[in-house]
Design a protein around this ligand. Structure first.
Ligand code: AMP
Ligand code: MG
Length: 354
């Protein structure tokens, strides 16, 4: 398949007339059942008409994703959810506070969403992205757009057009290059429980503290723990290996001096260390042969989120034998980082705290 790449400045400013005509072309592709990759504030999405089962089928195929792992549908205005799902009071409370933005809400699906898009579930995941390119494209398409992250299944989500090009050239009709994604981690996914509380299925840019302003929040077990053998995941994506770099990733829970001695004792071959800016010098001095991958300044969780997937992809290109990284704190957007990193590390966490 021939993949056309178009460039649009960024998703924050107003869309110019010439950009609008490019987006109209992209919308036509979507309307006729084709696939378009577009930037959002979270990660790049691989879009197709959510009401067209053959478009959903093409999405699963392009990603190499198991078709029981449902797709999030994207709308340009929160009220458009009415066409695809049975909305609730709590949906509108969340929408008023967080939409457009990096939140996905699970609702009971209407018949307009084909089984293929829902991965066979009775529910559908709904999100209204803030990125102007994404939002305008969905508006122009005039229909909800099913869009999982635009990576090959199992590899880190794409946060730059170059990541998408690496994974999706020849697999989709068009790629819209809209620069780097702001947040860099996928949306927060919530489901309202019958008692009016919110169950957090996937942490993301909207934090637990922010959600708690709307309703009490409960973390689904798989957010911070490993699913037990045979346990049914509330969100099918939880059961798949995710965000995995090619080299084994080991998370170190402890201070930097203990981490340095652990790496010194255990590292063999080509070694990478994911580190905070402040720790670079001491790691370099103690371990001159390791490659440092810088996550940003200590405590700057937004920057860590923004950089993580790019770092994992860079690491893949450099073919390391092992990668060490600090275990993130579970505060704020740190919880989303923690969730992605424990999965990328297949839950390999070394406790260096005494
Ligand atoms: P991605 O499309 O790559 O951002 O991943 C979407 C995530 O949303 C996956 O983990 C899916 O399993 C999850 N998801 C999508 N639809 C539903 C749903 N109806 N109920 C629960 N989880 C869902
Ligand atoms: Mg994904």
């Amino acid at each position: 398949m021939n993949t056309e790449i178009i460039k649009i400045e960024d998703g924050k400013g107003d869309i110019s007339t010439s950009e609008l005509s490019l987006l109209k072309k992209a919308a036509e592709i979507l309307k006729s059942g084709g696939l378009v990759v577009f930037p959002t504030e979270t990660v790049y999405g691989l879009g197709g008409d959510a009401t067209n089962p053959s478009a959903s089928e093409k999405i699963y195929k392009a990603k190499g994703r198991p078709s029981d792992n449902p797709l999030i549908i994207h709308i340009s205005r929160p009220e458009d959810a009415e066409k695809y799902a049975y909305t609730t009071d709590i949906y509108y409370k969340l929408a008023e506070r967080f939409m457009p933005g990096p939140i996905t809400v699970i609702l009971k699906a209407r018949g307009s969403v084909p089984e293929k898009t829902r991965g066979g579930l009775e529910t559908v995941a709904v999100r209204c992205p803030e990125n102007k390119i994404a939002n305008k494209l969905i508006e122009l398409a005039g229909v909800a757009i099913a869009a999982p992250s635009a990576n090959l299944s199992g590899s880190p989500s794409p946060t730059k057009a170059s990541h998408v090009i690496d994974d999706m050239m020849g697999r989709v009709d068009m790629i819209i290059d809209g620069g780097e994604c702001d947040i860099g981690l996928e949306s927060t996914i919530v489901k309202a429980d019958e008692d009016g509380s919110l169950c957090l299925l996937r942490p993301g840019g909207i934090t637990v503290d922010e959600l708690s302003e709307i309703a009490p929040v409960r973390l689904a077990d798989a957010v911070v723990n490993k699913l037990k053998d045979g346990e049914v995941a509330i969100s099918p994506g939880m059961k798949y290996r995710h965000y995995a770099p090619k080299a084994p990733l080991v998370l170190l829970d402890g201070d930097i001096s203990d981490a340095i001695s652990y790496i010194g004792d255990n590292a063999k071959g080509r070694v990478a260390v994911v580190c905070y800016t402040e720790d670079k010098e001491s790691i370099c001095k103690a371990l001159p042969n390791v490659t440092l991958l810088e996550l940003g300044e200590l405590g700057d969780f937004d920057e860590h989120a923004h950089r993580l997937f790019d770092i994992l992809r860079e690491a893949d290109k450099m073919c390391f034998d092992i990668i060490f990284a600090p275990l993130p704190e579970k505060r704020g957007i740190g919880l989303a980082l923690y969730n992605r990193m424990i999965r990328a590390a297949a839950h390999t966490i070394i406790n260096l705290r005494r």
